[in-house]
Write a protein that binds this ligand. Structure first.
Ligand SMILES: [Zn+2]
Ligand SMILES: [Zn+2]
Length: 465
């Protein structure tokens, strides 16, 4: 049921004056939201009918987007109101982390909140992905906001009330905060749906931390269709809360992985001449692989080769038949990446062949470097200057050797990944992917207001009134 034309000069908290509001109601077999306006205006009238009512309040605004100062004040007021709720939500996510491609409860929670908020929600995208949209009041551009959802297989060692309740699983990369912030942004921007041109799409992405990359799968599924631009943020424990970090062009490295297995012949440790010693060969191979980076042709460009895994053997007096080694390759140019890959193959082949051993070597995938669009970084810088002041904008000097599958979206549309300062002033740096990782939650409202205003600025500049 829709009650139209019921316009009132009411002023719900957080919304600036001079606006008219339309109260819309629809029946649903669900408890009525405890909204004071709903209760006062609608529930008293209809509650006796035995139907339960859900009410949404939609801002009705015939005018174009308010001017910058009014808009900023409005966003900041909404952000302030939402902050306790969104910080609490971040803690809920933090306490209940889920691994890559297993973000089932996380997705359910996101869907429930966004549906209640009145967004058009599509769930189960590539399994646990969620895509939701807010339509503007007229045709225009589409901008996407992406948040990653997965946690890491690590034990949370923090002693805080909101520490992970799942043994061996932890949000150690801040994706809990990214989801909460994106939901906060959706709640803010829903209040503006009557005043902007175009469309805002929220992409909640599974599996940022492993292969196959969630971004890769979602893009193949079509989530970037019709998207003109995309924004995301990542918490940064090396930048103080209250600041944001920006970089035009390359922000992160090409991140590749490799998996090597060496197969020899098992035997008694006392008689290595009867065996093909995989432990000894691993030692030779690892030493040789570590030499690659120092001896490459493009030595003026940064590159990293790290071996993060070695597994083999069951007993000190038994030569194992097999040893497994895993590593990562980080580069800022594809030529260096390809050179390192070729060198790994050549060195492993040469060493194993000389010993009569065999091997398998896989390069399961590569996450390309994130390349931030200069215009969007300029837009976010303007937004940061307005909200935080220019002293709080950190120019990121160096490319991070970390990988980010946000680059998969940038294959389809220009975008920007913003670093959100998250270090508590005076606290130690709590690095990503460590057991003590945490953020200063004062970063959360900053992330919300920066993204919300950037989205509205993009849409208004792309489709002027
Ligand atoms: Zn991570
Ligand atoms: Zn991350």
């Amino acid at each position: 049921m829709f009650i139209s034309g019921k316009k009132m000069n009411l002023q719900p908290p957080g919304i600036a004056g001079r606006n008219l509001f339309v109260i819309t109601t629809r029946f649903r077999l669900k408890d009525c939201r405890n909204d004071s306006i709903c209760k006062f205006l609608v529930c008293n009238f209809l509650y006796r009918t035995q139907f339960k009512i859900v009410t949404t309040i939609r801002e009705f605004n015939n005018t174009a987007m308010p001017d910058d100062r009014v808009l900023i004040d409005k966003i900041q007021k909404l952000t302030d109101e939402l902050e306790p709720e969104i910080v609490a939500l971040r803690r809920v996510f933090h306490q209940s982390p889920e691994l890559s491609w297993k973000e089932f409860e996380t997705a359910k929670r996101i869907v429930a909140i966004l549906e209640e908020e009145g967004l058009q929600v599509q769930n189960g995208v590539c399994g646990t992905g969620v895509v939701a949209e807010i339509q503007g009041n007229r045709e225009g551009k589409t901008i996407a906001v992406r948040a990653d959802m997965d946690a890491l297989p690590m034990q949370d060692a923090k002693e805080v009330s909101y520490a992970s309740k799942v043994p061996g699983v932890m949000h150690a990369c801040g994706h809990d905060s990214h989801m909460a912030i994106a939901i906060g942004v959706a709640k803010i921007l829903k209040r503006f749906e009557g005043s902007f041109a175009g469309k805002i799409r929220f992409i909640f992405q599974p599996c940022e931390e492993a292969f196959p990359s969630g971004a890769h799968e979602l893009v193949k599924k079509g989530v970037m269709q019709g998207v003109d631009s995309i924004l995301a943020l990542h918490v940064d424990p090396e930048i103080e809360a209250g600041k944001i970090g920006l970089r035009k062009g390359a922000l992160t490295a090409n991140a590749g992985e490799f998996k090597l297995s060496i197969f020899g012949k098992s035997g008694h440790a006392a008689r290595p001449h009867q065996a093909i010693d995989t432990i000894y060969l691993s030692n030779q191979i690892m030493t040789s692989l570590y030499d690659i980076v120092g001896n490459r042709k493009q030595s003026h460009l940064p590159a990293v080769l790290t071996l993060g895994k070695i597994a083999g053997g069951i007993k000190s007096n038994v030569i194992p038949e097999r040893v497994d080694i895993g590593g990562t390759i980080r580069t800022v140019d594809m030529q260096t990446n390809d050179e390192i890959v070729n060198q790994i193959e050549r060195r492993v082949r040469t060493i194993t062949q000389a010993a009569g051993a065999t091997y398998s070597l896989e390069f399961p995938g590569l996450i390309p470097s994130v390349n931030n669009d200069a215009n969007l970084i300029g837009l976010v810088r303007d937004v940061g200057n307005s909200i935080l002041g220019q002293d709080e904008i950190v120019d990121i000097a160096n490319i991070s050797m970390g990988g980010e599958d946000f680059s998969r979206y940038l294959d389809r549309a220009p975008g920007a990944l913003i670093r959100l300062g998250a270090r508590k002033p005076g606290d130690q740096v709590r690095y990503l992917h460590t057991h003590s990782f945490d953020i200063d939650e004062r970063a959360i409202p900053i992330g919300m207001s920066i993204i919300a205003l950037s989205v509205l600025k993009f849409l208004s500049e792309a489709s002027p009134a």
